[in-house]
Design a protein around this ligand. Structure first.
Ligand code: TRH
Length: 361
């Protein structure tokens, strides 16, 4: 089938990250994808070659406002429209659709692919129809489609060869290839975060820990955040990472003993990595992220130490985050592996989207 995937970049990298990963997996399965991005600069480092059209079955389109004349009705029309995170497709595309439908053409299966959450409303809303009440497309329908962590949701993007690739991965060779430290005795930590209130305290504790740690810090907000911290102490070494491709970002997660991730897509990738992880949820002004975090920790069946660390890391409650010792980290590892096993038993997001689109056509 032919897919038009519309993505508006709000901030950070996740909008592009999720939409590119979905597009790439659909394309790998032989689906034809047009990915409309209003800001495609992140693709240059996230998916080298993508903008040069080097990925089969994917065409990246510049979503300018307004669209150049005639760009609103690309041929052949798509069988499926995906508006990511509830962004409205370009008005020119909606008007062209309305004209085609008025002329008797079949409308695409129009899907609103929502944000990832473990909250109960997700299973209640997943696959529900949503009639369009106004505008040129009035009378047509959209469908809510929610990614998620349970059978009652749309699942997560999972490439079929993901676990095999991880099993064959040589972390030392990859780290050396990236010019990163491979101190065998040191705990390797990846840091991808916003500005966690608990970060200074955690770095100080790691610095005092007799067991040394090598922190591989992603550029941007994470690197800025560690710069604000007085030198963390002898046990803790900080290493600046360059922006990695999505494929190498997975390798980073596979190479570390503890992964600090954030947002949405890196959380999913940390779950597939099956390594101890801590999630910095995207903060929302009305504290809506508190319930979202609690729901995730409930689904994760997080041990008390991991739950307490998450609350402190996310600035919820006065708890201080305690740098995990080896036994605690082993518990977090067990928790992550068990969660991955549960996810592996579920259908992946792409399979479910393709099946849904074929069902509703
Ligand atoms: O960047 P994020 O914080 O994006 C967030 C989320 O999408 C959130 O849902 C949204 O509401 C908010 O933006 C506006 O975190 P996320 O979701 O993990 O996206 C990061 C993407 O960048 C992910 O696909 C991994 C990728 N990445 C790389 O490919 N290489 C890198 O070096 C880094 C640091 C990230």
């Amino acid at each position: 089938m032919r897919w038009d995937i519309f993505c508006r970049v709000i901030d950070n990298f996740g909008d592009v990250g999720v939409c590119w990963r979905l597009s790439a997996e659909l394309a790998r399965r032989g689906e034809q994808v047009r990915l409309w991005l209003d800001d495609s600069q992140a693709l240059a480092w996230m998916a080298p070659g993508a903008l040069q059209g080097s990925v089969p079955n994917i065409e990246v389109r510049a979503w300018t406002s307004p669209l150049p004349a005639g760009q609103g009705d690309p041929q052949p029309p798509a069988d499926v429209w995906i508006e990511a995170f509830g962004c409205e497709p370009p008005p020119e595309c909606i008007e062209a659709l309305a004209t085609r439908v008025a002329g008797g053409a079949r409308a695409p299966v129009w899907i609103n692919l929502e944000y990832l959450s473990a909250e109960p409303y997700v299973e209640r809303s997943h696959r529900l129809p949503s009639p369009i009440m106004s505008g040129p497309a009035r009378g047509l329908g959209k469908w809510f489609f929610y990614p998620g962590f349970t059978e009652g949701t749309g699942g997560l993007v999972r490439e079929p060869d993901l676990l095999a690739r991880q099993a064959a991965f040589d972390d030392r060779a990859w780290l050396a290839g990236q010019g990163l430290p491979v101190r065998p005795a040191a705990r390797r930590v990846s840091l991808f975060c916003y500005e966690p209130v608990a970060l200074p305290g955690v770095l100080q504790q790691a610095g005092q820990d007799p067991a040394p740690s090598d922190w591989l810090v992603t550029p941007g907000r994470a690197w800025q955040a560690v710069q604000q911290v007085a030198s963390p102490g002898p046990g803790c070494r900080l290493h600046a990472l360059p922006l990695l491709s999505q494929r190498d970002f997975d390798h980073l997660l596979w190479a570390c003993d503890l992964n600090f991730v954030r947002g949405e897509d890196s959380l999913a990738r940390a779950l597939w990595a099956g390594r101890p992880f801590v999630w910095h949820i995207y903060p929302q002004h009305d504290d809506a992220h508190h319930a979202k975090l609690q729901a995730f920790l409930d689904w994760l069946r997080a041990p008390a130490s991991l739950r307490a660390f998450h609350l402190a890391w996310n600035g919820i409650g006065p708890l201080t985050a305690t740098w995990p010792d080896a036994d605690t980290l082993a518990q977090w590892h067990h928790c992550a592996r068990a969660a991955r096993e549960r996810l592996l038993a579920q259908a992946d997001l792409c399979s479910q989207l393709v099946g849904f689109a074929q069902e509703k056509r």
